[in-house]
Design a protein around this ligand. Structure first.
Ligand code: 5GP
Length: 141
């Protein structure tokens, strides 16, 4: 995996506004916030995308994500927020080290804008077949 800007932040080679750190997780303010309090939560483990993350790192992030979200809410006064996690350049990932965005959504509209255009209504038979394929893949992982 190529050296990313987040690995340089993890190693202390470049600075960040840190809000949380433990052995497996670092959280810091995004340098180009979509709204006040926009925070990034990253694993210390150098995985590019979530599917490459170990169960241990995933659990470590999951354990602290609610606490960091509560802290962002308390510090900013935001009542709503999105958690965004991009995987792959076409999916808007720019830094290839797993990261979760916590993005406060304010009454004035600041925050994440979401485009949400369903491809249709899930077909019953096709949905059953697809769910079985995914369930089988999980069972074999
Ligand atoms: P992505 O599009 O990959 O999900 O988001 C990457 C995020 O990393 C962007 O929101 C961007 O502003 C943030 N970012 C990129 N470089 C730096 C940096 O050097 N420091 C900080 N704090 N955030 C960065």
């Amino acid at each position: 995996m190529a050296d990313t800007i987040f690995q340089k932040i993890l190693s202390g080679d470049i600075p960040c506004h840190q809000v949380y750190r433990d052995d497996q997780v670092l959280a810091f303010l995004d340098i180009s916030p979509l709204s006040e309090g926009h925070t990034l939560v990253i694993p210390v483990e150098p995985a590019e995308t979530v599917d490459q993350l170990s169960d241990e790192s995933a659990a470590a992030i999951g354990r602290v994500l609610p606490r960091i979200a509560r802290a962002v809410m308390e510090a900013t006064g935001c009542k709503h927020y999105n958690i965004l996690q991009n995987n792959g350049a076409p999916a808007h990932q720019a830094v290839f080290h797993v990261h979760f965005h916590i993005i406060p959504k304010y009454d004035d509209g600041r925050g994440l804008g979401v485009g949400w255009e369903p491809i249709g209504t899930l077909d019953r038979d096709a949905g059953a077949a697809l769910a079985a394929r995914i369930a089988g893949a999980i069972a074999n992982d």
